[in-house]
Design a protein around this ligand. Structure first.
Ligand code: FES
Ligand code: FES
Length: 155
């Protein structure tokens, strides 16, 4: 089987797997990185949201064969430094999670949204928050929105 080399959470990894296997299964089943969750597997629910070179992506839709050695994948496991990322801390402060299944993806999507708004020199708007499409079966959306605003203000 072909080998694929890329970076995950700051470290280079090489996996020996068919080109068409989606990144989500490489992360979870081959590398043991289970923060990105398997919800739909068809690029809809966004439970698997992670970062690829700083952009929010859904690894259930990315064939591992598309990754290059310089590509940097960041999962929720790689978000914190020595302390929690401000968005993670805001999640705790606002007691967002219910079952928790969707929450890694929610946080990873929120971080990219907040970074984008900051780069544009503006605060997050309701329209920004409305644009997030990560599904939460537990209906924690009001707390998610409060936490995103709080986390973004600390970034
Ligand atoms: S599992 Fe990736 S979008 Fe649903
Ligand atoms: S907290 Fe349960 S799906 Fe979102």
């Amino acid at each position: 089987m072909p080998e694929h080399t890329f970076r995950v959470n700051g470290e280079q990894v090489t996996v020996d797997v068919d080109d068409q296997v989606r990144l989500l299964w490489v992360l979870r089943d081959l590398l043991g990185i289970t923060g990105p969750k398997y919800g739909c597997g068809i690029n809809v629910c966004k439970a698997c949201t992670s970062h690829l070179n700083g952009e929010a992506v859904n690894p259930c839709a990315i064939p591992v064969g598309e990754l290059r050695p310089t590509d940097e994948v960041t999962t929720i496991e790689g978000l914190a430094g020595e302390e929690l990322h401000p968005m993670q801390q805001a999640w705790l402060d606002h007691d967002v999670a219910q079952c928790g299944y969707c929450q890694p993806g929610q946080i990873m999507a929120a971080v990219v949204l907040a970074r984008r708004a900051a780069a544009e020199g503006r605060v997050l708007t309701d329209a920004d928050l409305d644009g997030l499409r990560n599904i939460c079966r537990c209906g924690t959306y009001p707390r998610i929105r409060d936490a995103i605003r709080a986390g973004a203000a600390r970034m």
